[in-house]
Ligand binder design. Structure first.
Ligand SMILES: NC(=O)c1ccc[n+]([C@@H]2O[C@H](COP(=O)([O-])OP(=O)(O)OC[C@H]3O[C@@H](n4cnc5c(N)ncnc54)[C@H](O)[C@@H]3O)[C@@H](O)[C@H]2O)c1
Length: 260
């Protein structure tokens, strides 16, 4: 589908991958709804889109609650008259101290609410909005963590596996609703989420070996894949990997992704 002239809603757009996608969509001529719980970061994203000559506005919305998701979509539809593209991207890791298995139950609930239920509710709200326009495209952010065990943050990996399975199950919406739902599975990307696993700036000790073993991707590389999935009308229910070739187990990961 053509991106220029469309309305795109990006969650988790105040930082990292969501910001890069918002900027790329804005540069392509979409009107971008920058959705997040972080107002300050959102304002910076709106400025970054404007610097590329694009149009964007910030919408405060918590994707982990039904009211947050409903309010967000209603506000964007009211402001722009409809929505054509949704990137369900907001996500969190469980963080450090105490980690699994001593992690607080509230934390488990939060991670699953944001990463899994947030994507499911966001896709449901997207379908209701996009069908009013005769169709559209949804991209859900999963992770390579979906493809194998992650003993230090199994909650995170399990939510990402849920996003992949959920997205694959949405493939049929392409035919029934003209809505293509796909997922992107990034490897390690240089964004603030890495530091949030530890003290907010420095990553958790358990994550260091994985960071040292690979070259970090840049958020713009993930944004490129997101835009590719939006444009390509042949893709629905796909889980697309973006990893550095030097990622440990890269071949194994690619094979797992291929198997679906
Ligand atoms: N950085 C990586 O290595 C990596 C790898 C694979 C997948 N991912 C995934 O990419 C997505 C984006 O992560 P990032 O790396 O850009 O991290 P980030 O921390 O830079 O950005 C995440 C954004 O989500 C927002 N957010 C958190 N909870 C929210 C909520 N309840 N409602 C709305 N917004 C909320 C945050 O405020 C933040 O702006 C996440 O789903 C993450 O799991 C990241």
């Amino acid at each position: 589908m053509e991106i220029s002239g469309k309305v795109a809603l990006v969650t988790g757009a105040s930082s990292g991958i969501g910001r890069a996608t918002a900027v790329a969509l804005g540069a392509e001529g979409a009107r971008v709804a920058v959705a997040d719980i972080d107002r300050e970061g959102g304002a910076a994203t709106v400025r970054a889109v404007a610097e590329m000559g694009g149009e964007a506005s910030f919408f405060e919305g918590d994707v982990s609650t039904p009211a947050g998701v409903q309010g967000l979509f209603a506000a964007v539809e009211a402001a722009y008259g409809g929505i054509d593209i949704v990137h369900n991207n907001a996500g969190i890791m469980t963080g450090d101290a105490p980690g699994w298995p001593d992690v607080a139950l509230e934390k488990i609930h939060l991670v699953t609410s944001v990463n899994a239920a947030g994507v499911m509710m966001g896709t449901g709200a997207a379908v209701r909005a996009l069908r009013k326009r005769g169709g559209g495209a949804v991209v859900n952010t999963a992770s390579v963590a979906a493809l194998g065990p992650m003993p230090n943050d199994p909650m995170y990996a399990a939510t990402k596996a849920a996003v992949v399975n959920f997205t694959e199950a949405c493939a049929g919406l392409a035919e029934s609703e003209n809505i293509r739902v796909n997922a992107v599975l990034p490897g390690m990307v240089d964004t603030p989420i890495i530091g949030k696993t530890g003290d907010g700036v420095n990553p958790a000790e358990w994550l260091r070996p994985a960071i040292e073993a690979t070259t970090m991707l840049q958020p713009e590389q993930i944004a490129d894949k997101v835009l590719e999935l939006i444009r390509d009308d042949s893709r629905a229910g796909a889980a697309e990997l973006v990893v550095q070739p030097d990622t440990p187990r890269a071949a194994e990961i690619a094979a797992a992704a291929e198997e679906g």
